[in-house]
Design a protein around this ligand. Structure first.
Ligand SMILES: C[S@@+](CC[C@H](N)C(=O)[O-])C[C@H]1O[C@@H](n2cnc3c(N)ncnc32)[C@H](O)[C@@H]1O
Length: 418
């Protein structure tokens, strides 16, 4: 079925705004759709997919758009649209445009220069090649350019994986157990879940398997005092609260009131009553200091570049720079240092990010250990064995989409000496 000609100017307009990179692409896209209520469901789907395709493949498309006719943003929009739907589906194209799009569709993208094919900004490509070499970098770049699967985490205080899988199958929604997380289910297609009783009753939450594993390596136990230092909207808080079997006390700290507000309905669904959301002004807030030395476990799911989530947020690679990464590093060291003061002797802290850059990961941990002699690193291999998770790791948890089919995640476990 042909799409209305207006789909092209709409794609062009929203793309122009998104490519300014002044805010997250998903936020801009949602606002645009709100402001254009007459756009139908199919058109919205095609525009969103085209914009995401363009963000994933911006280097290649920018190069292709240098040939062709008409305004640059129209050319970009047309490239995105024709990668999403066929050329024939788009009404109102000129003969020249059809010829140009047909020609570009025939270009073998594997033969393009590496810098273009990687679809990464130059600073990031250089950094990754220096660390991992060309082949591994390209593998990662390509995996990051694929859409992510839909993973669910089963809430153990409400159900178990087998029962949820059976109920989903009856819906009928096909899924399979995630390979590493004992509580995960990977949904085969991507149905809407919001109206399922399983979702409404809090038996399932949408959560990437990597994010589930990050919560799992905290090793939360019944009756403990735990702090989720950067809880946000509570993805990992909910997993921790359930691992504690709704006992003990779990503080959910964050500097963002907006995010903590989003945690509330999720908490209500989950059935957890051991979670205490606490808004803090900064990492050295008096509310943090009051709990110093009293906590069994701390999770620092640190603010980061988000480069590990490029499958979902492809705009992140174009919004980060060498400077923003250096700023992140300093912030991460400060948060980790402050959060570590919460721990009792013998208590454990998990430092994690959804980034694959050393600056945000092992460099932060090494700097922290240099300045905090009362902490030691617990090798991730030991932690994974304790948790009975069959993953081969060394000192750190390092998850990548090309190797583990998860988002990119990093985690280190630090223990305060007894
Ligand atoms: C990676 S996100 C957390 C995601 C969340 N844990 C989840 O699983 O959904 C990082 C969070 O850190 C918060 N943050 C930023 N600076 C902070 C600080 N100084 N202290 C505590 N939280 C902070 C941000 O507001 C953001 O919600």
């Amino acid at each position: 079925m042909r799409l209305p000609p207006a789909i092209v100017p709409h794609t062009e307009e929203v793309l122009r705004e998104i490519l300014r990179f002044t805010g997250p692409a998903d936020v801009t896209l949602s606002r645009y759709f709100r402001e254009n209520p007459k756009l139908g469901g199919r058109e919205r789907g095609v525009i969103a997919e085209s914009v995401y395709g363009l963000l994933r493949n911006k280097s290649v498309y920018t190069n292709f758009a240098e040939s062709g006719v008409g305004p640059m943003m129209r050319r970009m929009a047309l490239l995105g649209l024709t990668d999403t739907v066929s050329i024939e589906s788009i009404a109102g194209l000129s003969t020249e445009e059809v010829e140009w799009l047909t020609r570009t569709a025939q270009i073998d993208r594997n033969k393009l220069p590496l810098a273009m094919r990687s679809n990464l900004p130059a600073w990031l490509l250089e950094k990754l090649i220096a660390r991992d070499g060309e082949a591994a970098t390209m593998e990662l770049a390509e995996a990051m350019n694929q859409p992510a699967p839909l993973d669910l985490r089963v809430n153990v205080i409400k159900s178990n994986r087998e029962a949820v899988a059976a109920e989903l199958a009856a819906a009928p929604i096909l899924c399979e157990p995630t390979p590493y997380s004992p509580l995960g289910l990977r949904v085969i297609k991507k149905p809407a879940l919001q109206n399922l009783p399983l979702f409404k009753d809090g038996a399932i939450e949408v959560q990437d398997e990597g994010s589930q594993l990050l919560a799992q390596v905290v090793g939360a136990k019944r009756g403990e005092m735990i702090v989720d230092f950067c809880a946000g909207a509570g993805g990992k808080t909910l997993a921790l609260g359930a691992a504690m079997r709704n006992t003990g006390r779990l503080y959910a700290f964050d500097v963002s009131e907006k995010r903590l507000i989003k945690l509330k309905p999720r908490l209500a669904r989950s059935g957890l009553s051991n979670v205490h959301p606490v808004m803090i002004a900064h990492e050295n807030d008096a509310k943090v200091k009051r709990l110093a030395g009293k906590i069994d476990r701390v999770l620092v799911d640190a603010p980061c570049s988000g480069l590990g989530t490029l499958r979902r947020n492809p705009d992140m690679k174009w919004r980060q720079t060498v400077e923003t990464i250096a700023e992140m590093h300093a912030k991460q060291v400060n948060i980790l240092t402050s959060a570590a003061r919460l721990l009792k002797a013998g208590g454990r802290l998990v430092y994690g990010t959804c980034s694959f850059l050393n600056e945000e990961n092992e460099d932060v941990v090494v700097e922290f250990l240099q300045n905090n002699a009362d902490f030691t690193l617990v090798p991730m291999s030991v932690v994974l064995e304790e948790q009975k998770i069959a993953l081969e790791m060394g000192d750190y948890l390092k998850l990548l989409p090309n190797l583990h089919q998860t988002d990119g995640f990093f985690a280190a476990v630090l223990e305060r000496k007894k």
